[in-house]
Design a protein around this ligand. Sequence first.
Ligand code: ATR
Length: 273
Amino acid sequence: MKSVYILIAPDKGTFSPAMHNAAFAALGLDFHYDVLPTPVDRLELALNHLRHADVAGANVTIPHKEAVLPYLDSLSDEAKAIGAVNTIVNRAGKLYGYNTDAQGFMRGLAACYALEQLPTSKVLILGAGGAARAILYALNEAQTGHMSIFNRTASKVEAIIQDLQLSNASLVDSTAIAQQHDVIINTTPIGSSDSSPSSSLIASADLPSHGVVCDIIYRPAETLLLQTARSKGLTTQNGLPMLLQQGALAFAMWTGQEAPLEIMQAALLETLT
Ligand code: ATR
């Protein structure tokens, strides 16, 4: 049997095991996906475990996505540019790091927005953490017309613009300009069940009258931001498509097989409800 792990802080939860184990079972693969609770000071030990022949690879999540970089043998161009890894593949004891969040987000977005429009679109990103970095990288690769970035800590936005060499991006100091955007993406925890379910970074009056609003939060399934946007007639998308698609891309790398998306989605929905 081949093992796949998710390296995660011991006090954090994840829905990925249900999604991947359902997919392995559906394709009759002798694989199993397990949580590997990993405190920060045990990260190197956990990574060494991944080098064993019976381990296919791993996901990496809070708070290790950036910290794993120095321990890996090779990084994809994407992971290197973003500065974060969410997927590791073990090839003959060598660890290869990838970032499937970027492409996963774009695959999700494609379901509700014609990506060919991006070069003439204005996109507003809320937040400047690891998820925002991956999404901005993907939007930049897609030659998005303009990216406005709003964040509590302005210096983090400046660092992202510099690190990713974003020539079509700017820091904005208020979400009151949301109306001028075609796509709005929340990457902060504001609105999540664990953080502040009754909060939103954008007031209803500041939302545009048409366009798409995405939230990478999937618990609750509809954040206050998405609820407000939907009631104004905007197209909305929660974080499930990104979670599903980043997982599907990782699954294909570990197994060499195309991921059974419907099975994975059903497993996620069942676990979330
Ligand atoms: P992830 O890796 O999921 O992106 P992260 O790196 O912790 O998570 O980033 C979370 C983002 O949400 C950050 O931009 C953070 O703002 P700061 O850069 O100022 O820390 C933002 N965020 C988190 N809690 C917030 C809050 N209570 N109000 C506003 N922004 C918040």
